[in-house]
Write a protein that binds this ligand. Structure first.
Ligand code: PBG
Length: 323
């Protein structure tokens, strides 16, 4: 080990050209995925009050929005649906004419090359707001699997490129893989929300997606924030069941998890910078308390440095302009 004054680490920080030459992490617009909220109906564009700049669109208004997204160089969107009808069995989630299925058709017609990822979960479609079928006050794991598989299949049939289960039931990746394979969708990859924590950072999303649980919370299926070894078990299990890509969520408060998953597995790794992360920065920026552009680019860099390949972020459109 060479010591000061022979070694001076500042030598390589002297000019921007030197700094660029030795920069270890680069963030590219090609790594970003933009979340889109799709509300059933016509001619609807509704801003989410806790997420300034983020709107819910009805399927007919998506073409203009996705053209903008594609022009910015963002390669993919992930879709969340807000249906008109909710019930105990989330029937509208796998309806071939459901809100997400309509949205996929509308996007694919406008910009066929834009990758369409669909969030596969039941919470937006159930009257009680839980991510699965409720039996005796608890979410029944095995009864939910069938509905998740049907929902993922209906997304693939509508033209989705990737399905992304976010429910945290055990065995969902296997059930979805089987349903896809049995119906000639062997080519559709699964991006599993493998390590998804029961996080308060999802607050603004639940307003946007109208998916807050009507009783209790999600702690019996989403992960307990203090646990990291369990995250590795979740990822291991999803990979064994056939996940092609895995996700850690949220991102910024869970950089250690991203780093550990990156070290332990070679699958492409996505990180979801969630609604609360977006809302926090937006709120502070609006007060003039933070330099929004610098903070957002630093956050994205940190998520990449931790080991993520793909970043799902509500800042994708703004970041595409800044990068
Ligand atoms: C659906 C789902 C949620 C998010 C993504 N998929 C909400 C939840 O689990 O309560 C959160 C995304 C965000 O906060 O931006 N289960």
């Amino acid at each position: 080990m060479s010591e000061f004054p022979k070694t001076r680490l500042r030598r390589l920080r002297r000019t921007e050209a030197l700094r660029a030459l030795v920069r270890e992490t680069k963030t590219d617009v090609g790594d970003l995925v933009y979340p889109l909220f799709v509300v059933e109906g016509k001619r609807l564009k509704q801003e989410v009050s806790s997420m300034p700049g983020i709107c819910r669109y009805s399927p007919d208004l998506l073409p203009k929005e996705v053209e903008t997204i594609a022009k910015l160089g963002i390669p993919a969107v992930i879709l969340f649906g807000i249906p008109q009808k909710k019930d105990g069995l989330a029937s509208s989630a796998c309806d071939p004419k459901g809100v997400i299925q309509q949205a996929i058709h509308s996007i694919k017609k406008a910009v066929p090359e834009l990758l369409v990822v669909t969030d596969v979960c039941l919470c937006e479609y159930t009257s009680h707001g839980h991510c699965g079928v409720v039996v005796d006050g608890d979410v029944d794991n095995d009864k939910t699997l069938e509905l998740l598989a049907r929902t993922a299949l209906s997304h693939a049939q509508a033209g989705a490129d990737v399905v992304a289960p976010s429910d945290m039931m055990d065995g969902r990746v296997k059930a979805i893989r089987r349903a896809l394979d049995e119906n000639s969708f062997t080519h559709i990859p699964i991006l599993s929300y493998a390590a998804k924590y029961a996080s308060a950072f999802y607050g603004p999303f639940r307003e946007a997606a109208e998916s807050a649980p009507q009783f209790g919370d999600r702690r019996s299926y989403q992960m307990d924030p203090p646990n990291w070894r369990e995250a590795l078990r979740e990822v291991e299990q999803d990979i064994a069941e056939g996940a092609d890509m895995v996700m850690v969520k949220p991102a910024l408060p869970y950089l250690d998890i991203i780093c550990k998953v990156r070290d332990a597995f070679n699958h492409p790794l996505a990180a979801y910078s969630v609604s609360g992360e977006y809302a926090m920065v937006k709120a502070a920026a609006r007060q003039g308390w933070l330099d929004e552009q610098k903070v957002v680019l630093e956050m994205l860099t940190a998520i990449k440095r931790a080991g993520a390949d793909i970043i799902i972020t509500y800042y994708a459109k703004e970041a595409a302009r800044w990068l």
